[in-house]
Design a protein around this ligand. Structure first.
Ligand code: NAD
Length: 378
């Protein structure tokens, strides 16, 4: 079968997330990167394309030219799907133009910088019947997929409490000096949107909550921290969540949790049992019950669910990690693009992206209005 022709916007050699997507796209030999705009500076763009072996004839000056030139190509040569890996404010104009011109899209989170833009993209995606993935990377881990499957199968019984924490500390050395702050796009509302912490990592925690439980959060109450009056965006926040009157939880996110690295931890408690999982040790899933010792579930073993097995390449004891998680998401998108049978939740969808934007907006609104409960009804 021919490889899927992939284009890439952003994700240059200077970026954090580019290498993850490039490795992920190669992992199952399903894609070939055939063009893109890796960097706003054309010289850097060309240099990087040469470095990674992409034909420079299909490396363009900007995304408008990328789309205008690619649509002129015959269908069997044209790029089929485009990954958007730029800072947040570019996701919307790029995705909009791509959808309007018939491309499929893999977009980094947060989907846009406002809920209104997200709804606009959703309408375009439906109109053009495009495949659209939003890369909430952590859903690609086999143990996360196993948890989702087991929760749906009733392993935990009725869910009673969800506690998802995403703590990082990297903003601590940045936030105390206004001049240093200016160098970080995640703290600039023009580039990041209305939120730093909740938009960047709280949204992962929220998506994980709904992904694992299969339930939608009904309402939220938030308390954010900006630390300084001249810092406009949150860098820490706690959000109470309610699925219903008696199913509740908490999302805790921070970028100033000093010393923390990428501490996403997940706990789902049900009437019959609970699951606990940590992103920094992703091959260990803990299953707890009232009457048995804690069990450790690991990928690569015969006892895991089919969806977890499908997302694992090596036998048990060979640790796989975040590259593999993103690889699984790219595999899910490849299956969708080629019309192949797939498991439920093999890639996060437009709906995850839209709900993520609704969450961010409501969390910021709740805080501004004095920490009040707000509904997440559309
Ligand atoms: N899924 C995840 O776990 C995860 C992790 C990190 C970042 N992200 C998301 O990925 C996106 C990028 O984050 P990052 O940390 O890699 O940012 P970054 O600043 O490290 O890299 C951004 C890249 O985009 C390029 N770029 C900027 N403007 C451009 C333009 N006009 N045209 C083409 N390229 C352009 C830059 O040159 C750079 O290569 C953000 O939306 C972020 O939220 C997601």
């Amino acid at each position: 079968m021919s490889k899927i022709r992939l284009g890439v916007l952003g994700g240059g050699g200077d970026s954090l997330i580019g290498v993850l997507h490039r490795v992920a796209s190669h992992m199952f030999d399903r894609y070939e990167i055939v063009g893109g705009v890796f960097n706003p500076n054309y010289e850097d763009n060309l240099k990087f394309a040469k470095h990674i072996g992409v034909n420079t004839e299909r490396v363009y000056t900007d995304f408008e030219t990328f789309v205008d030139q690619e649509v002129k190509k015959p269908k069997d040569e044209r790029i089929e799907v485009v990954s958007i890996l730029t800072p947040n404010f570019l996701h919307f104009p790029m995705a909009k133009k791509l959808l309007e011109n018939g491309f499929n899209v893999i977009c980094e989170k947060p989907l846009t910088t406002s809920y209104g833009e997200a709804l606009e993209l959703e309408a375009l995606q439906k109109k053009h019947k495009a495949i659209f993935a939003v890369t909430y990377t952590y859903t690609g881990y086999p143990m996360v997929r196993h948890m989702k499957h087991m929760i749906a199968s009733g392993e935990l019984g009725a869910i009673q409490k969800v506690d998802i924490q995403y703590y990082q500390g990297w903003i601590n050395p940045v936030i105390h000096d206004p001049e240093v702050r200016k160098t970080v796009w995640r703290l600039d509302p023009k580039k990041a949107g209305i939120s730093s912490c909740i938009g960047d990592i709280g949204t992962h925690a929220f998506q994980m909550t709904e992904y694992l439980t299969g339930m939608e959060v009904q309402s939220i109450l938030s308390d954010l921290n900006m630390l300084y009056e001249d810092n406009p965006l949150d860098i820490d926040g706690t959000v109470l969540i309610r699925f219903s009157e008696n199913v509740k939880g908490v999302i805790r996110a921070s970028q100033i949790a000093t010393g923390e690295e990428n501490g996403l931890t997940v706990a789902v408690y049900g009437k019959k049992g609970a699951f606990k999982w940590e992103q920094e040790n992703p091959n260990f899933l803990y299953h707890m019950t009232d009457d048995q010792p804690k069990r450790i579930i690991k990928p690569g073993n015969a006892y895991v669910s089919d969806v977890a097995a499908d997302g694992t390449k090596l036998p048990g004891g060979h640790p796989e990690g975040i590259f593999d998680a993103m690889g699984n998401i790219y595999k899910g998108v490849a299956k969708a693009l080629r019309g192949e049978k797939a498991f439920d939740g093999e890639y996060p969808t437009m709906n995850d992206g839209v709900r993520g934007m609704l969450f961010i907006e409501k969390v910021v609104e709740s805080h501004k209005k004095g920490n009040i409960w707000l509904s997440l009804d559309k």
